[in-house]
Design a protein around this ligand. Sequence first.
Ligand SMILES: Cc1cc2nc3c(=O)[nH]c(=O)nc-3n(C[C@H](O)[C@H](O)[C@H](O)COP(=O)(O)O)c2cc1C
Length: 378
Amino acid sequence: MNNTYQKLLEPYTFAEGFSVKNRIVMAPMTNFSSNPDGTVTDEEVNYYVRRSKGAGLVITACAYVTPSGKGFHGEFGSHSDDMIPSLRKLASSIKKQGAKAILQVFHGGRMCPPSLVPNGDVVSASAVPPEQKTPTGEQPVPRELTHSEIEEIIRDFGESARRAIEAGFDGIEIHGANGYLIQQFFSPHSNQRDDQWGGSLEKRMAFPLAVIDAVTAAVQTHAKEPFLVGYRLSPEEPETPGITMDETLGLMDELVKKKLDYLHVSLMDFWSVPRRGVDDNRSRMEIIQERVGDQVPVIGVGSIYTAEDALKALNTGVPFIALGRELIIDPDWVQKIEEGRASEIETKLRKDAQEELVVPEPLWQAIMNTPGWFPIEN
Ligand SMILES: Cc1cc2nc3c(=O)[nH]c(=O)nc-3n(C[C@H](O)[C@H](O)[C@H](O)COP(=O)(O)O)c2cc1C
């Protein structure tokens, strides 16, 4: 086939011999539509079905690994074995459409609204409130986790990996990005501990690396088929003190040693440049890709809307491109490229298209009520 965008459609085989059909990933996106007990709803499943026919990998919204980590209303859970049937429904619905299904798991830490966690007990690495408000507009001062609680949460991540395997997912993504608990341990803003979990840069990495070890140990024990383990991170924080680009490159070096199946760099703009920490005016993605090289595949993301945008991003050498908002706006994005109809890709959300695009009401309302978040047709 003579397709200008053929490179986006090339299959990829991971180290374990596990193949995906193309280089497009659906980015993890919370949809606020699960049941209060943490199970998925039909609306949510239908939303994924509508979006799983094109991308090679579909990464789900983040699921909480333990009730103290629930960060959003309408978030689904991977926190108990009772959730396995719900997780299975989600995994099989995605896989039936042809995509590989990856479960994203997280703990919200100090970004959890007190009303969503047991006894309003919001926890983090240290008792430092976030500079941003939680989704309910609150800014709680978290309680510092004890050593044994930290070990328990690490085990919870491993247990979620086991449940993801039992539910039939093809992999798991550890959400170490966007200011949630794993990042809170790595950040000098939220982690002011002076025990084995904080202090030096090396000690701030201890929690993220221990979570990875727990997840990979669960995979070794329970997976009978190749099962991917990915890690998502945000390269910098705006706060002072906050994670800098050079610290992230140090973390990258350690992550590479963990033999992960992929690294996912969370950005709102693929082409954004470092704020501080390195004397380099290339984009963060290019700097990271150069550092990681071909040791582990990297997923890049951020404001990629057209086929040209995606091809340009892929040409930096990053092997996978994730689309978030764009796959809400146009769920047929990949199929249009496959059929030589890239020019028909829609890049602005149509206000009258909620039903056609199969977007659950709570997500639709969040989009419509957050000016500037999505490109919306006038
Ligand atoms: C509605 C919505 C929900 C999101 N939820 C998550 C999430 O659960 N986990 C996560 O890692 N990132 C989440 N993100 C961030 C996206 O994965 C992505 O990094 C970001 O939107 C930039 O990509 P885009 O420009 O293609 O949308 C969310 C983004 C949106 C728009």
